[in-house]
Design a binder for this molecule. Sequence first.
Ligand code: ZN
Length: 133
Amino acid sequence: MPRRKKWRWVYVELPKEIDGEIELSLDELEAIRLADVEGLSQIEAAKLMGISQPTFHRILKEARRKVGKALIEGLRIRVVGGDHIMRKFRCFDCGHEWEEPFGTGRPEACPKCGSPNFHRVDAGRRRGRCWRE
Ligand SMILES: [Zn+2]
């Protein structure tokens, strides 16, 4: 039998409309994905992003603050990229792996053998899936 709901007070009001915008950087979005969606520990998530745990903590804290602010104030969230975010690719034909900065588009071919037959391998994507661009 379900327990009876206990009354609770909230002082928040729903925003009347979506008005305004807040920028979330790609690393902030990734921090939220790894910690809050995938449920990784900060140590695991920091390792996947190639940063220290204190840095991950700082990024995640700021990301959550921005998302919270967007929910409360009815702001649109715009995700902005950055050159320092890297993507990793692997060639199916020669096995070569290489990295490209985010936002530079999909590479044309494997830089080693010239094959167009390659896929993205991001550390954050597990269970053998690669993600589409
Ligand atoms: Zn290749």
